[in-house]
Design a protein. Structure first.
Length: 222
């Protein structure tokens, strides 16, 4: 068929399939959101490879409605930190409900966002609701879903590359587009500091739901 190419499929033997599925699960299960970073620099090539990986995510009508802006410049990081902390202080002190604050308590988060200065690189993910093609405006589809999937790929790629990150969502986050000079069709989606954990870093002792809680086999009707 015109416009189609053969799919490069690699059939695995069942044992190999189980081994790889288990190894990938074990890899992903070791990933944690880390909020304290060392100043060790991340190789540029690694940043580019993890972003290439994010760019392999499926998207509505293959529009790839994302833009990743990498910030390593200390002055720009600091400007972002100050703007994020201004919003976060307002959120933690006035905008978030008691229930929300109570839910965050075990994670130990507050409005201070030292990690924005500390991490050697920030990846700011932007979602593109539409794109311009000359005079024309072309819309994108399922933008949040698509960008969410790309961020999932990105988190897995970061972890696989021996780095740590967290998904930071200051709210509102219009300041990111302004500071980074992005066009009006790009909306900030998430801010991800990337780097190495600070020596001896601790993470909250949280539990993941058991498989039985998050999945069920639909019973065959008799
Ligand atoms: N955006 C705030 C608050 C926050 C909200 C949720 I939901 C979290 O899981 C963690 C934090 C912040 O980044 O601190």
């Amino acid at each position: 068929m015109q416009g189609f190419i053969p799919y490069d499929f690699n059939l695995l033997l069942p044992d190999e399939q189980v081994r790889r599925a288990r190894e990938f699960y074990e890899l992903c299960n070791r990933r944690r959101s880390v909020r304290e970073f060392s100043d060790k620099v991340v190789p540029k090539e690694v940043i580019e490879l993890i972003l290439k990986t994010a760019g392999t995510a499926p998207s509505g009508a293959n529009k790839q409605p994302w833009q990743f802006v990498v910030v390593t410049e200390p002055n720009v990081k600091h400007q972002i930190r100050l703007a994020a902390e201004k919003e976060e202080k307002e959120s933690y002190e006035h905008r978030m409900s008691d229930e929300w604050l109570e839910d965050l308590e075990p994670l130990g988060t507050d409005w201070h966002k030292e990690f924005i200065d500390a991490a050697p690189a920030l990846i700011v993910v932007f979602a593109l609701s539409y794109e311009r093609e000359g005079e024309k405006v072309r819309k994108n589809y399922y933008v949040k879903e698509s960008v969410g999937i790309a961020v999932g790929f990105l988190l897995a790629a970061i972890h696989n590359a021996g780095l740590v990150s967290l998904t930071h969502t200051p709210s509102p986050m219009e300041f990111l587009g302004k500071i980074l000079g992005r066009p009006e069709n790009e909306k900030a989606f998430v801010l991800m500091p990337v780097g190495y954990p600070k020596d001896g870093v601790m993470v909250p002792d949280i539990k993941r739901k058991e498989l039985g809680e998050i999945m069920r086999w639909k019973k065959v009707e008799s």
